[in-house]
Design a protein around this ligand. Structure first.
Ligand code: ADP
Length: 567
């Protein structure tokens, strides 16, 4: 018998305590290896930045991802280094994702819609060594390049033919880099807890904070979101992630698609409703996902131009609350099943989904719609708890509101390289991560976001949920988008103000909205002001930007993130 090694763990020293199964680290490159081996001919279709539709397969993407890995090694990138991407959802971006993490580096997706100063901040903070970017962002990169302290190589995601001539000498061309590689580069053998991806929250307060995903967290998340109650993905799925890869990993779809061998349809830079509808119909898309603003535009387009959504089976709405009127419209008029999902960058991002459970089948259609409008139930792997301000756990009665905290293997442990105190300020000793959301959870486990802690309106010591008021107003004919913010009030402390935009050509007036609301919300919830505005400001992730509205309308100062909780 061999003598025990000095560095043996307790489990290794005592074989009776170890199981007898293989150690198979959960590494992201195993996803694309699997797809290439078992689903080699399954397509990845891209609306390219250059214009035409491009068709690739999992087998081709696999080889090219290996070329990316080889190219990065040739550029001197080491395991653990960060490699930034400023790119739309395309097959080239996908190849970069798998190639970067496959050679052991970290794929840092950067949201190009952030303010220039924020982009500079996060690239410097992440210490990105290489930056891959689409042709759409040449001007942006030219503008910020002098301020990027660590980027050594700039790579345009295009071919020689489309290289901007004036940049050709200073920048690398993606297709030229790949052509120098033979595509049999070995993947990195890594610990499954090695970092693989980096995404910064949009940072509505303070600087953006980075969430450093691991191979393990990414693979577990990908596996989980395939489940029927979440994205419901399989080898028969044709998935169109409208949600960008730079917005919390396109909600896991590009990784989940490899796990099950689904077809991917990548929309590139054209996220306008007509282009999306065409892709959905032409590519026989069965699953698609985006924030409510996108679906609002698609609905308006369908109403205006007619047409349908082909064979689309499931439409995911997430990132912000899905108004009931939107869920109803897609389900009843277009025959697709809507799943309302909740999550956050810190949760990789998926935390829950509002798919109905078996017992809900007996409920009335109205009650079923109510359940679908909740943010839904947690999958295995996400634990949820509601807490009051004193940290006491609140019951799951569907009534009591508390701060929602979560934990699980794809929930952030600490922010990436955060200075000062904010590394763990939203995580307590028991690992619960405070999401900053106020919610209720009912007996069945359906969680309902009442508001973000910083958006809830406190009126006379009671709470008014901005989300509920917005949802009520969204059904009013002629209304396009709604945002409710708190405004200072000498008597009540704060009162709701409602800002709205009209659908094109609609004549809906203040009085119509008030009459509509009077039948749907409690009297004391009636907004103090109902104001139509020309256009709604949106954040970099396509959500309504309430901070801008607060500034513009002189509303109550933004509340501290740790706002009070009234049980
Ligand atoms: P940010 O919006 O700050 O860019 P995230 O995308 O990580 O970053 O946002 C996460 C937050 O978005 C959640 O904490 C929650 O407030 C909100 N959110 C996400 N999904 C939903 C949903 N389905 N309904 C309501 N709010 C949601």
């Amino acid at each position: 018998m061999r003598p025990p090694r000095n560095d043996m763990t307790d489990l290794e020293k005592n074989p009776a305590m170890t199981g007898s199964m293989q150690h198979w680290p959960l590494l992201i490159w195993k996803l694309i290896d699997h797809a290439a081996l078992n689903h080699p001919a399954t397509e990845i279709v891209t609306r390219t930045v250059e214009g035409p539709l491009h068709r690739s397969t999992w087998a081709q993407a696999h080889t090219r991802a290996k070329r990316v890995a080889g190219a990065l090694r040739a550029l001197g990138v080491q395991a653990g280094d960060r490699v930034g991407t400023l790119a739309w959802n395309t097959v080239r971006h996908l190849e970069c994702w798998y190639g970067i993490s496959g050679m052991g580096a970290v794929a840092h997706t950067i949201n190009p819609r952030l303010f220039v100063d924020q982009i500079v901040y996060i690239v410097n903070h992440a210490r990105d060594r290489v930056l891959f970017f689409d042709l759409s962002f040449v001007d942006l990169v030219r503008q910020i390049a002098p301020r990027l302290e660590t980027v050594e190589h700039f790579v345009i995601l295009t071919d020689g033919e489309h290289m901007p001539p004036q940049e050709a000498a200073r920048l690398l061309c993606y297709e030229d880099l790949l052509a120098m590689q033979n595509g049999d580069e070995p993947w990195a053998e890594l610990d499954e807890n090695s970092p693989a991806g980096l995404c910064y929250t949009s940072g509505t307060t303070g600087n953006p904070k980075g969430v450093l995903y691991t191979h393990r967290s990414t693979v577990l998340h990908a596996w989980s979101v395939c489940q029927p109650d979440l994205l419901g993905m399989s080898a028969r799925t044709s998935a169109l992630p409208v949600v960008p890869m730079f917005h919390a990993n396109a909600w896991g779809i590009p990784h989940a698609a490899a796990a099950v061998g689904a077809k991917l349809v990548m929309p590139g830079p054209d996220l306008a409703a007509p282009a999306l509808q065409r892709l959905i119909v032409d590519e026989r898309v069965t699953l698609t996902a985006a924030v409510p603003t996108v679906w609002l535009a698609v609905l308006a387009h369908l109403e205006r131009e007619g047409g349908d959504l082909g064979v689309l089976e499931r439409l995911i709405i997430g990132g912000a609350a899905a108004p009931p009127s939107m869920i109803e419209a897609f389900e009843q008029r277009y025959g697709v099943s809507v799943a309302h999902m909740w999550g956050a960058t810190e949760l990789s991002p998926v935390g829950s989904s509002g798919m109905l459970c078996a017992s809900a089948a007996a409920l009335s259609p109205a009650r079923q719609l109510e359940l679908k409008c909740t943010q839904g139930r947690a999958p295995f792997g996400v634990e949820m708890v509601l807490r009051d301000d004193e940290g006491r756990t609140l019951p799951r009665d569907g009534v009591q509101r508390g701060r929602l905290a979560v934990r699980g293997p794809w929930v952030v442990d600490r922010y990436f390289d955060s200075e000062g105190g904010h590394a763990r300020d939203r995580r307590d000793a028991d690992d619960w991560f405070d999401t900053g959301d106020i919610a209720t959870i009912d007996e069945r486990g359906y969680m309902r976001i009442v508001d973000r802690a910083k958006d809830v309106i406190k009126s006379g010591g009671e709470w008014i949920s901005s989300i509920e008021l917005e949802n009520a107003a969204m059904g009013c004919p002629g209304v396009a988008e709604v945002a409710v913010i708190g405004v200072d009030d000498p008597k009540w402390g704060e009162r709701p103000a409602m800002l709205l935009t009209r659908e094109a050509g609609a004549a809906v007036a203040q009085a119509d909205v008030k009459a509509w609301l009077r039948e749907r919300v409690a009297k004391w919830w009636m907004p103090e002001h109902v104001i139509f505005i020309e256009s709604m400001p949106h954040t970099a992730t396509g959500k309504i930007m309430k901070t801008a509205l607060r500034e513009q309308f002189g509303a109550a100062g933004s509340k501290p993130e740790k706002g009070g909780v009234k049980p």
